[in-house]
Design a protein around this ligand. Structure first.
Ligand SMILES: Cc1cc2nc3c(=O)[nH]c(=O)nc-3n(C[C@H](O)[C@H](O)[C@H](O)COP(=O)(O)OP(=O)(O)OC[C@H]3O[C@@H](n4cnc5c(N)ncnc54)[C@H](O)[C@@H]3O)c2cc1C
Length: 527
């Protein structure tokens, strides 16, 4: 472009009808952008002349491409290859374009473009939210965090800096080789971002709390596009909010600096049981949740799943893991005494455990959850919950719902975990030792066909309601609903308690006063 043209451009643009793009060219700083290069100006100018024939998101995607050359693909063109989600419902949602984010700056530009054009966006980490739109967007801009995949360990081995596009396998695969680890997810394909921002149950939680309790610093893109670091000393109010408040109200995390710890081989894995062992399995889990503070290296969950007629129908499962290379430590004595059909426990490392547990269903899926107190009688409650699970899922099996795969899992929030949640002034979840110990009951049901959505979801919700009513009637009810396992209609933030909810709303208002994320980042839990 000739110098004269560059100098004349503002006048030419000013004479043209005012559009967001023409205004952007005139005063980029008003929209948070630095001055554009001459090549960018020329392309934006050309785009301005086409803008009448483009909708908001076509304009937004074109501008995004100009400002992030090589990293934006437009849906429906040859250059667009879909990226995988865990559930079919999410895969069915198609964006207008996708940014393969390579830096916080590229995401910052997208946030500013969203504000300028009113084109909505979504952010995809590991893509493991089940419901449609959770990390996908119809005809909006999709931020794919996957290229943000660095994993580096500080020289003193106490901090692992993890790009927010990593899956947990990618993290453990690097850290296992260095004999360190971080508090993170248990399954290989789950993303660092979603899991850590909503909580993060880990095999290491007995020692350190949830993943969110072990982030030293976040690199965060705010609603105004600025990039900040968030830690106990830098933006402490935001530091509180990000520890469990989830990202979609506060910003896009581009890097997590996790507390790292020395970690060699471990023991653990999965076991399967016939349904004849239910009573002992439940009793051993009930005792484990109460006894866990006596050995903080131990983790366990139990589950019940319909495994198919060929495998005998419903089966039980457990997942004992010990943070030292010691098979069958005494804390699991009661569990070890239960005869299992399959025992896949071994001495191994974290990345192998994460692969062994990984579920790659790629079906229609839905998660929901509730929690209850592991107080006296909770073993009886769990037996009732299992009965209700079978009562609500069996009729669907009898109807031959294609691919129907119901799972009920029970997971511990023992007192030692709750104590760790109070670190650094406490996280946003609002769980105290007075509330616990607690058990999270999560339901993960899979099926094949959209035509069966209503009947499956109806049964799932009925199952959940009946369990909540039973727990409450037994004096074991709990307000806490784990965000990372919740359906979108569940009142997750109410479960954080009034005080924490008010604090979260204040933080949201302070950092996003125009409610950009409320308006233009739909699809996930909103305050
Ligand atoms: C098979 C399976 C195993 C699981 N195992 C565990 C487990 O062991 N422990 C546990 O606690 N939970 C577990 N979960 C639940 C899991 O924590 C949630 O599904 C979580 O949201 C997944 O995160 P993701 O990044 O993969 O998902 P995504 O669908 O990519 O993201 C979830 C939400 O977080 C947002 N988000 C993601 N990254 C960022 C970011 N960097 N900044 C801002 N927002 C972001 C997304 O926009 C979206 O709204 C599991 C789920 C599945 C399906």
């Amino acid at each position: 472009m000739l110098l004269a043209q560059i100098l004349l451009l503002p006048l030419l643009v000013a004479a043209a009808p005012s559009t967001p793009l023409s205004r952007l060219l005139l005063t980029p700083e008003t929209y948070g952008f630095d001055q554009f290069s001459s090549a960018e100006r020329a392309q934006i100018d050309q785009l301005t002349s086409r803008v009448g024939s483009l909708d908001e998101c076509q304009s937004a995607c074109a501008l995004l491409s100009i400002l992030n050359p090589g990293n934006v693909s437009i849906f429906g063109t040859a250059g667009y290859t879909p990226i995988p989600y865990w559930s079919v419902q999410q895969s069915e949602v198609t964006p207008a374009c996708r940014l393969d984010a390579t830096s916080a700056t590229s995401i910052s530009k997208l946030v500013k473009i969203s504000k300028l054009t009113n084109c909505p966006f979504a952010v995809k980490g590991g893509g493991h939210v089940a419901f449609a739109g959770g990390s996908s967007i119809e005809n909006g801009m999709l931020v794919n965090l996957a290229p943000l995949n660095q994993v580096t360990l500080s020289k003193d081995r106490t901090t692992a800096s993890v790009g927010s596009g990593n899956t947990w396998y990618e993290v453990y695969n690097v850290l296992d080789g260095k004999n360190v680890s971080v508090v993170g997810g248990r399954e290989a394909g789950v993303g660092v971002g979603g899991l850590t921002l909503g909580g993060g149950i880990s095999y290491f939680s007995g020692r350190y709390g949830w993943a969110c309790d072990n982030v030293k610093n976040y690199e965060l893109v705010l609603a105004n596009g600025s990039i900040i670091n968030v830690s106990p000393s830098s933006h402490p109010d935001m530091y509180f909010a990000l520890r469990g408040g989830s990202g979609s109200n506060f910003g896009i995390v581009t890097r997590f600096d996790f507390a790292a710890f020395e970690q060699g081989l471990m023991w653990g894995g999965s076991r399967a049981y016939s349904m004849a062992q239910n009573a002992s399995l439940i009793k051993s889990f009930y005792n484990f949740v109460n006894d866990a503070p006596t050995d903080k290296f131990a983790h366990n969950y139990i589950a019940f799943v319909y495994a198919g007629a060929a495998l005998g129908g419903y089966v039980g499962a457990s997942g004992p893991v010990y943070g030292k290379p010691e098979a069958n430590p005494p804390i699991f004595a009661e569990l070890d005494a239960i005869p299992s059909l399959v025992d896949a426990t071994s001495i191994t490392n974290m990345s192998t455990l994460a692969i062994e547990l990984n579920q790659t269903a790629y079906q229609r899926q839905m998660f929901r959850d509730l929690s209850f107190k592991n107080g006296p009688g909770a073993d009886v409650l769990m037996t009732k919950i299992l009965d209700i699970f079978i009562e609500e899922s069996q009729p669907l099996l009898q109807k031959n719902i294609s691919g129907f795969l119901p799972t009920l899992a029970l997971q511990p929030i023992s007192l030692n975990i709750i104590e760790q949640m109070q670190k650094n002034g406490g996280n946003a979840l609002g769980i105290t030792t007075d509330d616990g110990p607690l058990v999270i009951q999560n339901m993960d049901w899979g099926w094949d066909n959209e035509a069966d959505d209503a009947v499956v979801l109806g049964a799932m919700k009925r199952f959940q309601r009946r369990c909540n009513e039973t727990a409450t009637a037994m004096g074991l009810g709990s307000r806490y609903v784990y965000l990372n396992y919740a359906g979108l209609d569940e009142p997750v933030y109410a479960g954080y308690g009034e005080e924490n909810l008010a604090k979260l709303k204040d933080v949201k208002q302070k950092y996003d006063p125009e409610n950009l994320f409320g308006r233009l980042w739909p699809g996930y839990f909103k305050l």
